[in-house]
Every structure is written in structure tokens, then in C-alpha cells.
Write a protein that binds this ligand. Structure first.
Ligand code: ADP
Length: 408
């Protein structure tokens, strides 16, 4: 057993359509008491890997639905010494992808809130239904514990009007909720706060650009703690090149394909969400696999990489101008934290802008938040590990504390 008392812990749940990622952690220290992953829900070959206090427990076999998966997870918690339903777990924090115009703060989940998140499924058909399924199951299994929804769109709710507005028929856009919402907000908010800490500066005084580069990828421009622009839009399809999503496209391409290729709306959906990006160009979506292909001289893989970097630099240029003065440029998430090449190539040749990467610092094997620019460079370039679970746990705990102090 770890030394963290149960009463301090928050369970964070991130439900996908056929998976659930979870962590039980201490929102103060970030210490993780347990974590795990349920995969292939609804299939014959479901699996769960549960890690707790240095032990790993596994389950293989069919998992009928999210509730069945969570039941098995709670059994595993019991096996590793934690009774979630009985122990004093402070709160459950749920990652919810789309909050629409309705939710822009961490929100205590009631029946009405659950229904409203479900109603937003039109805006996020791949994500919100899965989030709601996870929420419903967890609420049924842990009825006595407050559950809080933390929205991926929340941080970007206050984007300036000019940055969030699409130049289409204004009435049509308003009637259908068409605006730039932005995603990965929990990560951009957490990382922007960490950057100020690492620099030892007041967040209000820092202008920064953040590249969150994972399977999904997005960038943000943040002025004094408030975002002024971000790459993802109405949906998480806009902006940077990603593992299986192409980011920005001429919308005329879609019309052209609908008219001339053997594709209907679902076919275009599949193309945009699953068969584009690095995968569409090279055949692989994982960045490590892409690197191996490039090292073997694969031309398609090289082009995929070049397109990926070209897009990053295009947004870097845009955000440098939007911010006017930039104090820090930060890389985070799987690719951002682990790929020195991506960092160096994105920022190459920008010494005239005060942007430089120190090769030794950039390639050092270091997993902590750190500066990789020369100490005297005008713009700090950083690598900061993101921690969305910790940010969600802290947000959930804050909602619970605020409710308790209101009640007393
Ligand atoms: P998600 O968006 O699913 O949270 P992650 O932030 O975990 O994704 O990022 C996944 C991506 O990070 C994958 O493309 C993976 O190849 C890449 N990645 C992970 N580790 C490394 C590494 N050591 N070097 C290069 N890329 C890495």
C-alpha cells in the first residue's frame, strides 16, 4: 500500500468508445495509487491491465460493456487493497471531450448535466456518447461519491471572437453551434501553468505557444494565462497533422470527393478521422514506426514527416504574429516530449526571432520539465510533460471543496 490516505484520493476516468483509462491519485502530490486500462470493450478479446502499488493484475476475456469493465476494475482495486465503493475516495473526475457553449467549468454531474452532455453528442459523435456511457456506469457503481465532468473544450471557451468565428453564414453558424471550440484544453491549461512555474514567473506576464503533440495534436497561443488562439476547431479535426487526422484541408476537397469518389458521408468521416494524417501518408500512425521507416529510406514516410513539420511551422509563424512578443515555446505529449527531431526541425533557422534549440539539452535523456534553449536565448524553449489526469483530479477536488464550503 502507498502512504497516501484514501480520503485524499480522486479517481479519474477517461472513457473512449471501446476503452477506459483510469487513475486513482492524490491531487496534491500527483502520486498515483493505481492506474489501468480497459481495452476492446464489447469484443471477445477484451483485456484489463491494472497497476497498483507496484503490482500489475491482468484480465483477459470478453467485457460486455463499460459497466462490466468498471465492475471488473473495482474488483481489481479490491484485490490490490482498495475498496473504492466503501473507502473515502473524495471524488471521481471524468474527462469529457465536448462541453459546447453550455459547459466551460468543471461541473458536478447530476442527471440534468449527464443529459446535457449527451445532448452535445451531435458536436462530438465519436467522443461524447462514450464519455456519457462511462459517467453513467460509474455513477451507478459509486452512487455515494461526487462525480465531476472536466471538459476538454473549457479552457478555450473565452477565445477572442475573431479567433473563434468561422466566416460562414452567421445565422446558420449560430443555429448549429458552429464556432471554434478547441480541444486538449486541460493539457494546454496545465502545461501553460507549469511553464510559468518552470520560468519562475507570474503566469499573467508570460506570452507562450504550446504544441501538444500526441496521437491527436494541437497548438495554442496563450497570453497572460488566457488562450488567444488554438488549432482545433468545431471538432478535433482542424489544425495540425495528427496520427490519423490530416488537420487543415481545403473544404472543397470534401465536396470534390463526395461528388467524384465512391464515398458517402460516413466514408468521408472515416477518411478524415482514421485514414488521414501520418497514417494516410505513410501507412503507419505511430511516430516511432514512422521514424523506423524514415531510417530505412521510405520516401512516403519522409514526406509525411515533412508535411507534419511544415504545418507546425505554419502555426508557429501565425502565433508569433498573434502574440507579438513570445516568452516561451513548449512541446508536450507523446511526440512533443519524446522526439528531439520534431522539436529541432520545428524551430530550425529561427535565430533571427530569438528562437534557438541547444542540441545537447534537446537530446538529453531527461523526463522532467526543462528548458532546451541556450540560457541566454530571448525565447525560452521548453519540454514539459503534460498530466491531464492530475489536472482533472485537481479540478474535481476543487469543485468538491467549493461545494463543501458553500454547505457549511
Ligand atoms: P494520446 O494522444 O493518445 O494521449 P500520446 O500523448 O501518448 O497520445 O502520444 C502518442 C504518440 O507519441 C505516438 O505517436 C507515439 O509514437 C509517440 N511517442 C511515444 N513515445 C515516443 C518516443 N520515445 N519517441 C517518439 N515518439 C514517441
Amino acid at each position: 500500500m502507498s502512504g497516501v490516505p484514501d480520503s485524499a484520493l480522486v479517481l479519474v476516468v477517461n472513457s473512449g468508445s471501446s476503452s477506459i483509462k483510469y487513475q486513482l491519485l492524490d491531487p496534491d502530490s500527483g502520486e498515483v495509487a493505481a492506474s489501468g486500462l480497459v481495452e476492446r470493450i464489447g469484443e471477445e478479446n477484451g483485456s484489463i491491465e491494472h497497476r497498483a502499488d507496484g503490482r500489475t493484475v491482468e484480465h483477459e476475456g470478453p467485457i460486455a460493456d463499460h459497466k462490466a469493465g468498471l465492475r471488473l476494475v473495482f474488483d481489481m482495486f479490491a484485490e490490490t487493497g482498495r475498496d473504492l465503493a466503501g473507502a473515502d475516495v473524495r471524488a471521481v473526475g471524468h474527462r469529457v471531450v465536448h462541453g459546447g457553449e453550455v459547459f466551460y467549468e468543471p461541473t458536478l454531474i447530476t442527471d440534468e448535466v449527464e443529459a446535457a452532455i449527451s445532448d452535445l453528442s451531435e458536436l462530438a459523435p465519436l467522443h461524447n456518447p462514450a464519455n456519457v456511457t462511462g459517467i453513467r456506469s460509474t455513477r451507478e457503481l459509486l452512487p455515494g461519491i461526487p462525480q465531476i465532468a472536466v471538459f476538454d473544450t473549457a479552457f478555450f471557451h473565452g477565445l477572442p471572437e475573431a479567433a473563434r468565428t468561422y466566416a460562414i453564414d452567421a445565422d446558420l453558424a449560430a443555429a448549429h453551434g458552429v464556432r471554434k471550440y478547441g480541444f486538449h484544453g486541460t493539457s494546454h491549461e496545465y502545461v501553460s501553468g507549469r511553464v510559468a512555474e518552470v520560468l519562475g514567473r507570474d503566469p499573467e506576464s508570460v506570452n507562450q505557444i504550446i504544441f501538444h503533440l500526441g496521437n491527436g495534436a494541437s497548438a495554442s497561443a496563450v497570453r497572460g494565462g488566457a488562450p488567444v488562439d488554438t488549432t482545433m476547431g468545431l471538432t478535433p479535426l482542424e489544425g495540425l497533422v495528427m496520427g490519423t487526422r490530416g488537420g487543415d484541408l481545403d473544404p472543397g476537397i470534401l465536396l470534390h470527393l463526395l461528388r467524384t469518389a465512391d464515398l458517402d458521408v460516413d466514408g468521408v468521416d472515416r477518411l478524415l478521422n482514421r485514414d488521414s494524417g501520418i497514417k494516410g501518408l505513410s501507412g503507419v500512425n505511430d511516430f516511432r514506426a514512422l521514424r523506423r521507416l524514415i531510417d530505412d529510406g521510405d520516401q512516403r514516410a519522409q514526406l509525411a514527416y515533412d508535411v507534419y513539420i511544415h504545418r507546425l511551422r505554419r502555426y508557429l509563424g501565425a502565433y508569433l504574429v498573434e502574440l507579438g512578443r513570445v516568452d516561451a515555446i513548449t512541446f508536450t505529449a507523446g511526440v512533443g516530449e519524446n522526439s528531439p527531431d520534431v522539436r529541432a526541425d520545428t524551430l530550425a533557422g529561427l535565430e533571427n526571432f530569438g528562437i534557438e534549440v541547444d542540441t545537447a539539452r534537446n537530446t538529453a535523456k531527461d523526463r522532467t520539465a526543462r528548458r532546451i534553449s541556450p540560457p541566454d536565448a530571448p525565447v525560452a524553449v521548453l519540454v514539459v510533460p503534460t498530466n491531464e489526469e492530475l489536472a482533472i483530479a485537481r479540478a474535481a477536488r476543487k469543485v468538491v471543496r467549493d461545494l463543501e464550503s458553500r454547505d457549511t
